[in-house]
Design a protein around this ligand. Sequence first.
Ligand code: PLP
Length: 495
Amino acid sequence: MSEEQQRAPYLEQWLAYVDECVIPFTTPGHKQGRGAPPEFVAAFGERALALDIPHDGGTFDAHLEHDPLVAAERLAAALWGARDAVFLVNGSTTGNLAALLTLGRPGQPIVVTRAMHKSLLAGLVLSGARPVYVVPAVHPESGILLDLPPESVAQALAAWPDATAVALVSPTYTGVTSDTAELAALCHAHGVPLFVDEAWGPHLPFHPALPAAAIPSGADLAVTSLHKLAGSLTQTALLLMAGNLVDQAQLRAATAMVQTTSPAAFLYASLDAARRRLALEGEQLLARTLELAEHARRELAAIPGLEVVGPEIVAGRPGAGFDRTRLVVDVQGFGLTGLEVKRILRRDFRIAAEMADLVSVVFLITIGDTPETIAALVAAFRALAADRTRPDCAAGRRAVRALLRSTGPIVAGAPQAMTPREAFFAPAERVPLADAVGRVAAEPVTPYPPGIPVLAPGEVVRPEVVEFLQAGRAAGMRFNGASDPTLATLRVVRA
Ligand SMILES: Cc1ncc(COP(=O)(O)O)c(C=O)c1O
C-alpha cells in the first residue's frame, strides 16, 4: 500500500476549518448550528452542526492553493485501480444518471440489463437512449436473479452494432456477480464501454474471498455505494472510470449537471476517511466480516424451516460469483412471506432487515457487525421458529409459489413500444390497473426494495405484470415511482 494512502487530505482540511473558528457569511444559513432548531442541535450535537459546511461556495477551500477534493478523489481512484474517481453525495443514483448521460445518445441503442435499478431507468429517460434490454438468468427454484449471461450481451451487440455501451448491475441485491471480465472483453471487441452499477460492491476489491470487482476486471465505468457496505455516511458513493473509451470531460460535466451545487463537506470527508480505512485495514476488516457471515449462515441454516442462499446458487455458471457477506434467508418453510417475517423481526425483536420479498429476507453483514449483532439475529430466528402461535400460512405459501411460477422472471420479455423517454413525455391517461393490459406504460412501477422496475415506461403492460402487482400489493409490497401509490390506477400512454 502506498504511503500516500495513509493520508486523508479532505478530512484533514475540513477539520482544520472548524478549528480555525472562521465567522461564516455563507451557506448553510444555520451558521454552524446557531440558527438551527435547538431540539435538533440537542439531538444531533453541536460539534456535528459546526462541521456541517458546504464544499463549494468558498467556505473552507477558498484560500487554499489546492482543492483537497482533487487529492482525495485521486487517492480513491488509485485505490480502486481507476483513472478517475468522482465523489458522489446523492448515492449511486447520481452516478447512474451521469453514466447514462455520458454513454447514451438520444434515440441510439444502448444495451442495458432489464433488472436495472430505477436510477438507471431515470438515466434512460434523461438521455433519451433506446434501451436494448438483456435479461439475467433466474434461479429455477428460488426465482432469484442471477448473473447476466455473456451470450445474451453478445447477441444484443451483434443485433445492434450501433449500440453505444453496455450497462449492467453486479452484484445484484442478493449478492450475485456477473462475469465482468468476460463482458468487458466482449464490449471491447465491439469497441464499446462497459458500465457496471456496482452499488452493492464497494468492499469487493478488499478481500480475495470476495468476487472480483468491476474496474480491475476491465469495466470502463462503475458506480459503487460506499455508504451501503463500506463504512461511509448515508448517500456517499464513488463513480470510477478506467481506460479510454469513456469521455472523462463529459463524465465530469454530466456529474456536475445532476449533483447538488452544495455538497456537504462532511459527506466528502466521510468518503475520504472510509477510503483510507479500506486501504489500511480493508482486508482484515473484511476477513472478520466474512467469518461473522459464515457463522450466521451456518446457524440460520440449522433452524428448521429456513434455507440460507449461498454460493451454490451460482453453481455451474462459469464466471458468476457470490458475495458471502450477503445473507438471503428463504423463509417459505415458516409458512410466512419474507415481508411478514421482516415486519415481525422489527416489531418483536428490534431487528431491522435490509429488504424482503415474497419468499426471502435479506440481511447485510458488514464491517460494522460484531458477534453480538449476529447472535441477536440468530436468537430472533430461533424464537420465531419455536413460536407455535405463529399463524399457519401454508395456503399463503402455496399462493406465493404459484405467483412465482406464473410470473417467472417478471422483468423478462416485455415488448417495448416506445423508449422510456418517449413514453414518459407522451400524452397519458389514467386507467384502472386491470384495464392497463395491452396499453403502453407511461410511468415506472418499482417494488422498493429492491428497486427494480417491474414496469418501465414504454413497455406494453402484460397480464402477468398486473397479476404480480395485485398480488404484491395484497402481500404488503411497497411500490415506488407510480403516481397512484395505491396502484388502483396506472398512467398509460393515451390511445
Ligand atoms: C443496483 C442498485 N443501483 C443503484 C442504487 C442506488 O444507490 P443509492 O441508494 O446509493 O443512490 C441501488 C440502491 O439500492 C441499487 O440497488
